[in-house]
Structures are given as C-alpha cells and as structure tokens.
Design a protein around this ligand. Structure first.
Ligand code: 3PY
Ligand code: MG
Length: 255
C-alpha cells in the first residue's frame, strides 16, 4: 500500500497531527481517523528510531503516511528514517539556505542531494520497483524546513529557493521566543509573519505548513491559506477529551 504523500498530489489542505507518545496502538487509533497523515515527533516527543519504525508500520495499516519531525541538527537520521518508510520530514531550526541544503543532501538522491541508496523497508511500503522508487523518491518524500527564528524569517526566500526543499513549516512558539528574545511564547510579529510566509511559499511553488496549538488556530491557518496544518498534538487532544468527558458527567475537581 503506497504511503508517500508527495508525487501523487496530496490533498490540499493536508491535515496532520503531531504524535509524542510512541505507542503503535495509539498510532493505529489516530491513523484510522480522517487525518491525512501523522507527524511522529523525535524532537520534543518521545520517539526514537525503533518507535518510528513501529509507528510507520502502524500508520501504514490504515494507509496513512508518516512524517517525522527530526531532532535539531539530526539530518543524519533523516536518510535512515526515509529508508524505514517515512514519507517526509519536518526539520526544526532551519535558519539559512546552507542549513536547508545540508538536509536536502541527506534526504534527496542526486542530483538534488547525496542520499545513500538502500531504502529497504521504504521500497516494500511504496509498492514500487527499485528503479521506480529511485526515479520518484525525490519528488515524493517531502522536506519541510521549520521557520522558528528571526534569522529564518529573514532568510525565508533563500530557504524556499533551495532546490529539494518542498516547503516551510512554521513553529509559532519558537518563533515567538526568538522574536521576543526569550521573553514570550506568543508575539504579535508571529501573526504578522504568517500571511507573508504563505505568500512566499506559494510564490516559490512550494507548500506552507504550520503547527496549530488549538483547533481555532488550525481554522485560522486554513483560512490564511496554509497547505499543511497540524491539528494540535496527541497529549493536548487527550487532555482536552478527558476534560470534556469529566465536564459532561458533572465532575468537579476534588480539593
Ligand atoms: C513551535 O511552535 O516552535 C513548534 O515547534 C511546534 O511544534
Ligand atoms: Mg519549535
């Protein structure tokens, strides 16, 4: 069952959700929803290589592609996760075209990059022959550079102009931390930067994504034209659902 999200045009807007709890059963539940993909979080979530391997399999049972959010400056993991069958990468703290090119080198085959051949499991999951995989992988495996700092905003065009980068993905919290020099987790300049980011991505014929920390933020991101929107994250969804359930049965906090 093919589980790539690029190449065959993905649904736009593409709705995804970050997963931090590395349990295949949880991934199966989430993948059986109407989400278009899942993001397994190796940066702030608890995923390691083995749980990404299991997670890709669990999502594939429901025909859902998995994106991996890499740890900072861990591009080396990307080609390994691509070989495991990851459909794409959300890469934190990309601040320059040089940072972007370093990731392209690891995720894309020549001539765009320098990915090493050996897509053992990815090939089986793709349903392609080896030559077909080689000729399509660069277009099908999505590389998204996270825009999370003032430097990245200043370099938006050069990051987007890097061949092999398929789009950008805004991390609103880190962007606020950067723009406020560590003083705040929200900042008005983040909101101002969002339409500019969407316009820049589309000008380059590429995708704009964003992490939305609430359903209202996700709705607003879709209204602004973001192509890839994460509808919060597993932990937030679970705590929200528990709070709603307790409220529905009239439970008040014990003191
Ligand atoms: C951010 O908001 O900085 C993120 O990385 C969201 O996951
Ligand atoms: Mg971040």
């Amino acid at each position: 069952m093919p589980v790539f999200i690029a190449g065959a045009e993905p649904a736009v807007p593409h709705l995804t959700c970050f997963v931090s709890i590395p349990d295949p059963s949880l991934i199966e539940v989430m993948a059986s929803s109407a989400l278009d993909s899942l993001v397994l979080d190796m940066q702030h979530g608890m995923f390691d290589e083995a749980s990404v391997l299991a997670g890709i399999g669990a999502a594939a049972l429901h025909g859902k592609p998995v994106l991996v959010r890499l740890p900072v400056q861990a591009g080396g993991l990307a080609s390994r996760m691509a070989d495991f069958g990851a459909a794409g990468f959300i890469c934190p703290m990309v601040n320059s075209a040089a940072d972007a090119q370093a990731l392209v080198d690891l995720v894309k085959y020549p001539p765009l990059g320098r990915r090493s051949w050996g897509p053992r499991r990815a090939l089986a999951l793709s349903g392609l022959t080896a030559p077909e995989y080689l000729s399509r992988a660069n277009a099908r495996i999505v590389l998204l550079a996270m825009i999370e700092t003032k430097e990245a905003l200043d370099e938006l065009d050069s990051i987007l102009a890097t061949p092999g980068v398929d789009g950008v993905f805004v991390g609103p919290s880190d962007l606020a931390v950067s723009l406020s020099a560590g003083a705040q987790l929200t900042h008005p300049d983040v909101d101002a930067a969002l339409p500019r980011t969407v316009a820049a991505a589309h000008r380059h014929g590429k995708r704009a994504g964003i992490f939305a920390a609430s359903t209202s933020a996700a709705r607003e991101a879709l209204r602004q034209g973001f192509d890839i929107v994460s509808v919060t994250q597993d932990g937030m969804l679970l705590s929200g659902a528990i709070a709603n359930a307790l409220e529905a049965v009239g439970h008040t906090e014990r003191t």
